[in-house]
Design a protein around this ligand. Structure first.
Ligand SMILES: *Cc1c(COP(=O)(O)O)cnc(C)c1O
Length: 474
């Protein structure tokens, strides 16, 4: 490629790495920046400038002078110093959003987590006996108390819980599952695949829409180890359907002396139908209905940290606990600290709904969402920019996280359109903001659902738009 004369001039003006590093030496900003990072950022900025000159995208000589170059290096350093895993503002309205971290912890849980993270603890030390104790003891009794189960333990997540239970109770033997419940959760969790990994043999019965008790009864064989009921947590089979209740399955299983396992998926101690929402089977109901083993997630409807909770009959739980896999799937102390505190809150269900963010957002008063929408709309209108068009609209948000798939939650969103900026460019700019604002794009609007936005995040969104309007798209 032939370079123009102007390009050749610009290339000659490009500062050298040593020169820029020398400049950085006299700038206090760089005092605490490790040398290796300084060098890397300087190289990267010069490289970018060189490429820009090659592409001839109208770069000015001025932008190659000392001050703009050092500013660019500072911006690059700031970018490098920011953690890759960072907080975002969830304006999607999806409360249990797996891509955005699922559940936020209650304040009390965060406080306890901080202490346990920064101090030694009795993680595996029995303070009464003065000798080695069990890692799970801090949550075992609480889980039994809340659920009515005989015994409990926790592992890394619910996928691990299902794997561990199947491996312990049914390796090399058959597990009967309805074809209507062969769930895929996304992120590659599929019941048939987990079953295969556990060494258990899947015995499908019934059809996608209809399964009867006689299907289970007819499939029972000498080597059947388990009946498995999987809660269809992220879809619903509607129309001409028949599903065997847990109660009937438990009756059949116990008459043949085999256990029934219930993978609840979300798992909740709160009956959502009491808050005008659809019914989601509770953990207590599953236990009292006769499930011998129940598994569920810690960070879906429960609103705690990522964890897989296993409850059930003592005899089965004892054999699960002895499985060497538990060591590979074990939960860490930070999670345990947050989980224990979250579970303690459930002793007072009214309080749970108030202070556990997932529950609070799901059950929150519509007027509160409406108020936040009004406030944000006012803030954005207050920017007094004639390019901005704002509308506030009612629509429904989702529970997410594979829970209550049919539930529509009446919500409000602030929708924005900016003249001479494509909606995708606006979405990208919001995603690049610090902290990123994650919304939806539809019908040429950038849409922010106020259910999942905290009141103190409204000014942050306001500032993000103010900056975007001032700077334009970069
Ligand atoms: C979500 C879910 C799982 C997986 O739980 P994780 O905690 O994400 O590992 C398993 N089974 C069902 C039915 C689920 O809904």
């Amino acid at each position: 490629m032939e370079l123009t004369e102007k390009q050749q001039d610009l290339l000659r003006m490009l500062p050298g790495v040593d020169h820029v590093l020398e400049l950085a030496k006299s700038d206090s900003f760089f005092e605490k920046i490790p040398k290796s990072l300084r060098v890397r950022c300087v190289r990267s900025v010069i490289e970018t400038l060189r490429n820009t000159v090659f592409e001839d995208s109208g770069i000015s000589a001025e932008s190659l002078s000392d001050i703009p170059v050092i500013e660019a290096v500072k911006a690059r350093v700031n970018q490098e110093m920011t953690p890759n895993l960072r907080r975002v503002i969830n304006a999607t309205g999806v409360v249990v959003h797996t891509n955005l971290g699922r559940s936020l912890l209650a304040e009390e849980a965060v406080e306890n987590l901080l202490i346990i993270a920064s101090r030694y603890s009795n993680l595996e030390f029995d303070l009464e006996l003065g000798k080695r104790g069990s890692r799970y003891s801090c949550v075992e009794n609480l889980l039994c108390e809340l659920s009515g189960a005989e015994s409990a333990m926790v592992v890394n997540n619910n996928a691990a819980a299902v794997l561990l239970c199947l491996e312990t109770l049914a390796k090399g033997k058959k597990v009967i599952v309805s074809r209507g419940e062969l769930v895929e959760i996304g992120g590659s969790f599929r019941i048939p695949d987990v079953m295969a990994k556990s060494g258990a043999v899947l015995k499908e019965v019934g059809t996608t829409n209809r399964t009867h008790l006689r299907d289970y009864a007819g499939a029972l064989e000498e080597d059947t180890a388990l009946l498995l009921k999987v809660h269809t947590s992220n879809y619903s089979v509607v129309g001409f359907t028949a599903e065997v209740t847990l109660k009937d399955m438990a009756f059949l299983a116990s008459s043949r002396g085999i256990p029934v396992m219930n993978d609840l998926g979300s798992g909740t101690f709160v009956d959502f139908s009491r808050y005008g929402m659809l019914k989601e089977p509770t953990v207590q109901e599953s236990v009292s209905t006769g499930a011998d083993i129940v598994t569920f997630s810690g960070d879906k409807l429960l609103g705690g940290p990522q964890a897989g909770i296993i409850l059930g009959k003592k005899k089965l739980m004892d054999s699960i606990r002895k499985n060497p896999l538990t060591r590979a799937l074990r939960i860490d102390r930070l999670t345990l600290a947050a989980l224990e505190t979250t579970l303690r809150i459930y002793r007072d269900p009214e309080k749970a709904v108030r202070v556990i963010p997932t529950l609070r957002m799901l059950t929150c008063d519509f007027r509160l969402i409406e108020k936040k929408a009004g406030q944000l709309a006012e803030m954005l209108k207050g920017l007094n920019d004639s390019r901005v068009y704002i509308q506030v609209r009612g629509h429904s948000s989702r529970v997410g996280g594979g829970a209550l798939p049919l539930q529509e939650l009446p919500s409000m969103s602030v929708e924005i359109r900016i003249k001479n900026m494509s909606v995708n460019a606006v979405e990208r700019a919001m995603r690049a903001n610090m902290p990123p604002v994650i919304g939806r794009v539809a019908e040429d609007f950038f849409i922010m659902d106020m259910r999942t936005v905290e009141a103190d995040e409204l000014p942050v969104i306001g500032t993000a738009f103010e900056t975007l309007l001032k700077k334009g798209l970069s």
